[in-house]
Design a protein around this ligand. Sequence first.
Ligand code: ZN
Length: 147
Amino acid sequence: MADLRELYQEVILDHSRNPRNFRKLDPADRHADGTNPLCGDRITLYLKLDGGTIAAVGFQGQGCAISKSSASMMTDAVKGKTEDEARALFESFHDMVTGTGKPDAKVLGKLTVFAGVSEFPARVKCASLAWHTMKAALDQSDKVTME
Ligand code: ZN
């Protein structure tokens, strides 16, 4: 049985303390607000698109270490990806943290540090909030609330 502390691996702590791409993009082509009321996590995500490619990505918000580090790592992961690649990555990440699929380390890379989250149902929404918000931005819906 994994201990919750194992979730807070070095890489997660690093990203939560020094989040990457933690800025508003102005102007942005897409943006969306995500909230996870259960934990109090909030994120606003900004995307700049160039053709079908995510040219720049930024986020602002506040929340627990898991939500913040997941948002930071998500922004790093989708930058330079096409919309389709970003959506595919969302699916892989979602399958991993909900435990519905086998994580493909080749696809997910560093994101596999969140694999342990699947054992903590209350943390799944923290870890996936930024991803749902990114997908909402691509879908051009302004808001997503984790229920
Ligand atoms: Zn949280």
